[in-house]
Design a binder for this molecule. Structure first.
Ligand code: ADP
Ligand code: ZN
Length: 437
């Protein structure tokens, strides 16, 4: 392996658009044939009178019905498998953020392909053998654990499988082992910094950290910049989901402007979540993915419920694989308040423009006599007394800026640093206490 090459898989990363599309058609046709080994897809195709041979062009993909999370739940646990169970070597299950878990099966070839895809991402941002890679993800069913572990080993880095929690120990590993690269969910990266600060550790002076992979939960550009400033690193957005193996689906290159989605692994579509028709290029819609390299559990037109768009134009890095914009959130994250649609990320974006505020915030929705209300609680960087009415002024200003962005006026409460609840896993940003009828 040429460690000076910007590519981990030059043969795939340097493909032109026509070459990518030719490869995709070939792999799509094979995948569709392979799906016929699975009773669920066989029945689906029969119901709509479709035969694998009908898929002659990439556009024919649109003739295939969507696969949904409900389909995965209805066939729980092994009904989506396209190979005998004896050929599978591992299963993962989604963290169940939005309901019952789903099961994802893997053959050894699936695990190898997954590790290769994510190793490609880590290489793309300049990580090489000689780097020390620490993973602060849980190593259980959560794919961020084993996923990053195997990918970092594949690349040839020294890996520190620190796992989640125990922040002081995490920091000791970073300083003692000379960790240069870390994988963390964004809310945890901020937490690490808080604890370092409390321990008198300056990440720039006392650690060798230079690259962070951050993902698994929605976060704003402002949040990324905060993390970069706090830890003195470059932080790259990493996107994945259990149904697509896990991390490694899409990742930012050094340009930090959109995440390249590996189109030799996936066909990407963006559809209007209501009409299910494709949206014009560059517009936001629901991400739909078709797997091209999966053996145990191929998925056709899987509705991810994640909202994003494809960035138009070419990336200066030279890779022609399409770029996904930062995730806006899941369709189920959308708050509907007084008839207005709001995403938590819009609120985060505004809050983090105020240097007086930390990255921790909590949105609470409550029923009131007349109307539902929103309370936004956010932590102050430091506690100061309100002798001169500073806090009141700040609160008003935040409220105004939020109203301009989300079109409803929330109540805003500035709370002491460290007072909002912290999660072990993905951050919980919204508490909905409204009465459901
Ligand atoms: P669960 O669906 O139970 O949370 P997963 O661990 O499979 O389990 O989570 C995948 C989901 O996490 C994605 O569908 C997406 O909503 C979110 N996600 C993953 N990476 C990112 C990212 N970089 N930015 C925003 N959201 C992300
Ligand atoms: Zn690029």
């Amino acid at each position: 392996m040429d460690i000076n090459s910007p590519y981990f898989h030059p043969e795939f990363e340097t493909l032109s658009r026509p070459e990518i599309e030719a490869l995709q058609l070939d792999r799509l046709q094979k995948t569709v044939h392979h799906c016929m080994s699975n009773p669920f897809y066989r029945e689906r195709f029969k119901q709509c009178g479709l035969h694998p041979e009908d898929i002659r062009t990439l556009d024919d993909l649109r003739r295939i019905p969507f696969t949904t999370k409900q389909d995965l739940r209805a066939t729980y646990p092994f009904g989506m498998s396209a190979v005998p169970l004896e050929k599978c070597v591992r299963l993962h299950s989604s963290s169940g953020t939005t309901g019952n878990p789903t099961v994802i099966l893997h053959t050894q070839a699936d695990l190898d392909a997954w590790a290769e895809a994510l190793a490609r991402c880590l290489w793309m941002v300049g990580l090489r053998p000689g780097d020390v890679f620490q993973n602060s993800s849980g190593y259980g069913m959560f794919t961020g654990g084993l996923g990053f572990q195997y990918a970092a080993e594949r690349l040839g880095m020294l890996t520190v499988p620190a796992a989640a929690g125990n922040t002081k120990r995490q920091i000791k590993f970073i300083t003692d082992f000379g960790t240069t690269a870390l994988h963390a969910i964004p809310s945890y990266a901020a937490r690490l910094y808080e604890v370092m600060k409390a321990e008198g550790i300056d990440p720039r002076r006392d650690t060798k950290l230079r690259v962070l992979a951050i993902g698994a939960e929605p976060h704003s550009e402002e949040q990324r910049q905060r993390i970069e400033e706090m830890l003195g690193v470059k932080a790259y957005n990493s996107f994945g989901m259990s149904e697509m193996c896990g991390p490694g689906v899409a990742f930012e290159c050094k340009e930090q402007n959109g995440m390249h989605i590996w189109e030799d692994y996936y066909i990407v579509e963006i559809v209007d979540p209501e009409t299910l028709e494709p949206v014009p290029e560059g517009e936001i819609g629901e991400l739909v993915l078709t797997t091209l390299r999966r053996e145990a559990m191929p998925l056709l037109r899987y509705r991810t419920r994640d909202l994003t768009r494809i960035l138009p134009g070419k990336c200066p890095c030279g890779r022609e694989h399409k770029r996904l914009d930062r995730m806006k959130g899941r369709s189920d994250d959308m708050i509907i308040l007084k008839g207005v649609n709001i995403f938590p990320i819009q609120i985060e974006q505004i809050l983090l423009q105020f240097p007086q505020l930390r990255t921790d915030y909590l949105i609470t929705l409550e029923s009131a006599a007349e109307n539902d209300t929103m309370l936004v609680e956010v932590e102050l960087q430091e506690l100061f007394t309100d002798d001169y009415g500073h806090l009141e002024k700040l609160t008003k200003e935040i409220q105004q800026r939020l109203r301009d962005e989300i079109l409803v006026t929330p109540r805003v409460r500035l709370v002491p640093p460290g007072s909002l609840p912290r999660q072990e896993g993905k951050a919980v940003r919204v508490k909905d206490l409204r009465k459901k009828f």
